[in-house]
Design a protein around this ligand. Structure first.
Ligand SMILES: [Fe+2]
Length: 284
């Protein structure tokens, strides 16, 4: 799997190989522990170009978002001390995790690559966000199909500082981990897509961005808010779960929340349904 668009040296080595194997075998006897998927960030592996790419992306996008992202996102970015000067640290004194720990108990945990769905959900159920640590090269600065640390940390993590969103995402992880029929799995993937990745919210009468796929994409964030070609629908969990999506072009349908409480409450109700179906105590 060679991807010249990324600094793959960050995830090259025996520790990353073992962690990936642990994730790929998740659920088999002896492979039940999500903490075994995680690796050290090895921060010294970032090059000067990597740091410059972060700064360029941060400047370009944060400037745009100041008036267009959800206040919950912007407050979160401030409260975890997400800054332009350097790629975020995940470990140690200066890390975003030190702030997150105090705010909601969520942690951003470095992973070696893609995790199978169940391994990913097991992490969310424990308030651990599997985080890509590689960053795109300068040639790929405008478009990268796969996630990198800009997408995962700049795009996703600020919302984890919000107690309501934090509860929602953990409940999502618990429900997705225990979902056993394919219909629920499909529905949950759609819910994730139309909220965590591509969600919009109305705040003080104005449409704002919060989904990470929008937050971290200069092109699509503008399109999502302004294009007359986008069908922006009020959020309704059952309707969202019935809506299919395609990943290779700008989204023609987006769902708009009234508040994160609306998302949390709808998720709690859905989680109860799934957990009850599986005969488990509904912890959500
Ligand atoms: Fe994402």
């Amino acid at each position: 799997m060679s991807t010249p668009n990324l600094n793959l040296a960050m995830i090259d080595g025996p520790e990353a190989q073992t962690a990936q194997e642990n994730a790929d075998r998740f659920g088999q006897p002896g492979f039940e522990d999500p903490s075994k998927f995680f690796i050290a960030q090895r921060y010294e592996g970032y090059t000067a170009e990597n740091q410059e790419v972060w700064q360029t992306l941060y400047d370009r996008q944060m400037d745009f978002l100041t008036d267009r992202a959800s206040n919950v996102y912007l407050d979160g970015a401030r409260s975890i001390n997400l800054v332009r000067d350097h790629i975020p640290h995940l470990d140690g004194e200066q890390s975003i995790n030190r702030f997150l720990q105090e705010l909601t108990g969520w942690q951003s945990c470095a992973v070696p690559g893609y995790l199978p769905a169940s391994a990913f959900f097991a992490c969310l159920a424990q308030r651990k966000f599997p985080t890509t640590i590689v960053i795109r090269n300068r040639e790929a600065i405008d478009y990268l199909p796969e996630p990198d640390i800009f997408h995962d940390v700049f795009g996703h993590v600020p919302l984890h500082a919000d107690p309501v969103f934090a509860d929602f995402l953990q409940t999502y992880g618990r429900a997705a981990l225990s979902a056993s029929d394919e219909a629920d799995t499909t529905r949950l993937a759609r819910l994730f897509w139309f909220t965590v990745e591509f969600g919009l919210i109305r705040e003080e009468g104005r449409l704002k961005l919060y989904g990470s796929g929008l937050i971290s994409s200069p092109g699509e964030s503008k399109h999502a808010l302004e294009s007359p070609d986008v069908d922006r629908r009020p959020f309704d969990l059952d309707q969202v779960c019935e809506t299919g999506f395609e990943i290779d072009h700008y989204q023609p349908i987006l769902y708009v929340l009234d508040s994160f409480e609306q998302l949390r409450d709808a998720m709690n109700e859905y989680a109860h349904r799934i957990l009850a179906k599986n005969g488990q105590a509904a912890k959500a």
